[in-house]
Design a protein. Sequence first.
Length: 669
Amino acid sequence: MQLTNLTIRDILTQDAKLTFLVGAGSSVDAPSCQPAGRAMMDDIIRYTCSESEIENILKIEDLRFEQLIEIIQDGFDKELTIINYYDQCDKPNLQHFYLAEMIIKGHFVMTTNFDYLIEYALLELGVPKEEIKIIITKEDFEKYNSPEQLYNQGFKTLYKIHGSTRNLIKDQSTRNTLVTTIKAFGSNKEGLNIFQVEPFKRPLFNNISKDRTLVIMGYSGSDDFDVVPTLKILDKIKDVVWINFVYNDEGKERSYEIESDDEPIKTAEKVNQILYEIQRMNYADHVYRINVNTSRMINELIQDKSKISLENFSLSAKEWLENNIMIPNEFLKYYIPYRIYYEFDMYDDAMRCLQLVLQLAKDSEDQSWESNATYHIGQILLAKGNREEALKLFERSLEIENWLGNLEKKLIILNRLGGISEAMGDYSKAFARYETALFISKEINDLSAKALSLSNIGSIYQLRGRYQEAFNSYIEALKIEEQLGDLKNKAKILSKLGGIYFYIKNFQDALKWLEEALKVNELLGDFSEMAAQINNIGIIYKFIGNLPKAKEYYERSLNIAKQLGNQKGIAMSIESIGKVYLAQNDYETAITMLQEALIMNEKLGDLPGKLRIFSDIGMIYYKKGNYQESLERFENALLIQNKLGLGDHSDSATLKKNIATIKKKLNIT
């Protein structure tokens, strides 16, 4: 990370094309006085959780705002009334007026905030309502995904990535969109990017960032939610500028450029890690971190401060919650903490809360909560590897739901039971569970659940070698996913279809389906799945003898692994490329590549990887007639096999045979 002489004015020049991504930190200053994300979360936790769990939960630093809100919404606030707090403030601060000015001047602004403060600033600056467009709903994002075109038409546009409860300008409710979005982002435990969660936003992000400087402000970097993974895959940005708030900047900003050799900062603070990962993707010309007191900086940049209210917004979140949100019942006061603990694999704490819920349910003879607690205790046991006990609890929960007639919950439990039976190799029972789930999904007209059940049934058919029936199930599921617009699940099914054709050795059709899956994952920016598809395509090309094509795809997979910093993926790709050279009888290059992969596997502690490579290098030396080197590699491989408990495996017999053959050649008894 190199200190530079650049100032804010150098970066935000009059001629620059700027796109702003704005977070909650922009609304903290007076007169807005909105709580920062963490402060709001603390108030929500104190209001909704049992007294015995509050302090423990407050210590979870990585809990995200969207994550908490989704848990609250799922637990008891179905309409997300809790977000209405952000409707109360109508006093924009200097940062909002600055952003409004940027919009008026033709720069682009998108925000994850729920408040209407940038909208109020636009109105205060005299922009007529008919000239303002607020993009919130799916229809909005699909229709108005070209900011340049809208500006040329005379519109001042604000893009609200996470939405808000209403469109202030149109005075139109958008709560349904907000509920859907929060549910999707809140449950995003895997750290997916926005396009994997809501693919329809991809065209907007492409257009709003192309050949422009992306300025990120109002984020601490501690919330690694959907926006951060998204930043890593925007591939046509000019520069990335992260405005990093520093309370005492001594009246001057400090600018740092993140450079390609900055890998050591991976152990430093989160912002540096994020910026390094963005830089590593090689999609931006420059990546900067600006340490500055944002309030002081904006105060210098903005000219007219006359519109700022002299009266501060004074309604605290705590006060508003107490007056507007019903206090959760005793079940929820333990269930909400359970959900939070479970998200962070704090299974002992999660189990303690569920046991209390279960006891409350039995004491009050509340069978719905008894089933709920029983099911989730099963989830914890399953996560800890105790499938047998988990199975019993899921079956008990299903028994209660059968009695209650709750089809939605039965559907969830049946798919879970089917998954366990499948993992345990009991395909008949798994198939029966999945078929019952399919029947229920049709009965309640749940298309998403129907597609899942069909895909699960297809997997059982495939495992049994009944490929035509598997194909039919996958195709039916695929049609539903296309109807729903669920690209992530569509890609998974396309990949499964490719797998069927690979098993029946119809490699051309296998390639067709895998290439289609790859296209979808490229659209989603799902680099992990892209790497997997590319590697599988490389395997097929190697299998059919097209070694140059196989090498091309392995190198693509290697490039993605390097971008992601995935050391295991890098090692596997290098190993695969080495095997292509081996197949081409280029032994020297093959050994060089395989040795490089071997060193990486040594560092990673990947014994199966070391086993494969020792065996391959041993075979190369054998073909070269270098029996001593070959013997050493084969013996190393055999040691690893024994360490892994694979002494009785057929590969072990092959290794022992090879060793015996070499010893005979070397006259070793």
